[in-house]
Design a protein around this ligand. Structure first.
Ligand code: DGY
Length: 419
């Protein structure tokens, strides 16, 4: 029987399209932003050169304003909706017009730190450094217009947690009237009961059409969006990426970039505390339009541990995860909440990438036991249920797409930590 490592590598190879990797055949036939950066961390275990290329390809499609789009449509594929004609972003190679969690800075530092080929790593990291820094600058310039230190997402797809319960209330403000008729393709590849609903898709598309009507001018979209949410998980990723990029810039001798990113991280870190909920024992999203925290104990608030939160907060987050009491941690929403749905995408299921980032953050904050529990349970889940997109936290049932790229990449990372 093939080992976990062998299967993981086989999946990464079979989803490899030469210069980028698709998340899974059929359901997601293009290059996705945070998928790719986390995929590179898996690829580095067997092909360092290929790992660098994955991130380089993504950044070759960075917009002049600094934004790195959430999808790059390298080749036409009718099996996915909404495709390039709906986005209509007018780029040399078509891309979407929104962004995704900026894990690149973190991935870049990790690739660099652990690379065996030091010379190549230095040259390739140096070439990517300014591009990642431009993306970070873009975030704080366009998504934090009041300079509070935290950025907002303007579309749920930006968080990657498409149908999280976090968005239910702010989504009530997004209309659905006037959108063009459409046919979903995702529900032809995956069980519709495990995917977002039609009511959510209508709103995803309304936002896309609205931003398209503004010619994808990224300087205007934040203020023009009825959906502006400050997500602690998204901000934690950005803050961590800024801190990591600052370290990397220092190592590569770029003091100005190091200082700039250090200051983004420090300001974000301090502002993050405004999202803490003592009652929930975790951070919460803030609806920036309504000016209020969103009562929704999702994994976004646990993922906050990925940046350097105070030790007392990390301890509460570890306790909150234990309190979930699911067979497999970390549920993407608290099972104690009546809105929890263990099979529907981001309303309950476990995702390995999120487990990886939470475990990494908790270990750094001194919560080694909790981190080890999450890592061990993640591997148990794969041994029992294979390499799916996500899983039911109670039963371990594999859900969504199969032979999933970033799941395989995270398995290689978890196995390495296990030694
Ligand atoms: C999808 O199509 O489901 C993606 O999550 C959007 O990026």
């Amino acid at each position: 029987m093939a080992s976990l490592t062998e299967v993981a590598i086989a999946i990464l190879r079979e989803n490899d399209r030469g210069t980028y990797t698709v998340p899974t055949k059929g359901l997601y036939p293009f290059q996705w932003n945070w998928d790719s950066c986390l995929t590179a961390l898996g690829q580095r275990h067997f092909d360092e050169d290929r790992a660098w290329l994955e991130i380089e390809t993504l950044f070759a499609h960075q917009w002049p304003c600094g934004m790195v789009p959430h999808i790059v449509f390298h080749q036409p594929d009718d099996g996915y909706f909404p495709g390039p004609d709906i986005w209509a972003t007018n780029r040399p190679v078509p891309t979407s017009g929104i962004t995704q969690p900026p894990v690149a800075g973190f991935a870049l530092k990790r690739l660099y730190d652990l690379a065996k080929d030091r010379q190549t790593a230095t040259a390739r990291a140096r070439a990517l450094l300014a591009k990642v820094a431009a993306w970070h600058r873009w975030f704080y310039a366009t998504r934090d217009p009041a300079g509070e230190g935290l950025v907002a997402i303007i579309h749920p797809w930006e968080a990657g947690r498409d149908n999280s319960i976090d968005w239910d209330t702010p989504f009530e403000r997004v209309p659905t009237e006037g959108i063009a008729p459409y046919t979903r393709r995702d529900t032809q590849h995956a069980d519709p009961a495990h995917r977002p609903t039609k009511a959510q898709y209508d709103r995803y598309l309304w936002l896309v059409e609205h931003f398209r009507s503004l010619n994808w001018d990224t300087a205007k979209l934040h203020d023009a969006s009825p959906f502006q949410v400050v997500d602690p998980g998204f901000n934690a990723i950005l803050i961590r990426a800024c801190a990591d990029l600052a370290d990397l810039a220092e190592a590569l001798g770029d003091a100005a970039l190091a200082a700039e990113n250090r200051s983004f991280a420090a300001k974000g870190q301090a502002a993050m505390e405004s999202l803490w909920s003592e009652r929930d024992g975790q951070y919460l999203c803030r609806d920036r339009v309504a000016g209020a925290l969103i009562e929704s104990a999702s994994v976004g608030g646990l993922l906050a541990a990925f940046c350097a939160i105070p030790a007392s907060r990390a301890a509460r987050i570890a306790a909150s995860i234990d309190r979930h009491g699911t067979r497999f941690p970390v549920a993407s929403h608290s099972p104690q909440d009546p809105r929890y749905d263990g099979k529907r995408y981001w309303r309950g299921p476990v995702w390995l990438v999120v487990n990886y980032m939470i475990a990494d953050g908790l270990a750094r904050a001194g919560q080694e036991d909790a981190a080890a529990r999450i890592s061990a349970a993640s591997l148990d889940l794969i041994r029992e249920s294979g390499f799916a997109e996500y899983y039911d936290p109670q039963t371990g049932e594999p859900l969504g797409g199969g032979r999933f790229t970033w799941t395989a990449a995270m398995v290689l990372e978890f196995l390495r930590q296990e030694g």
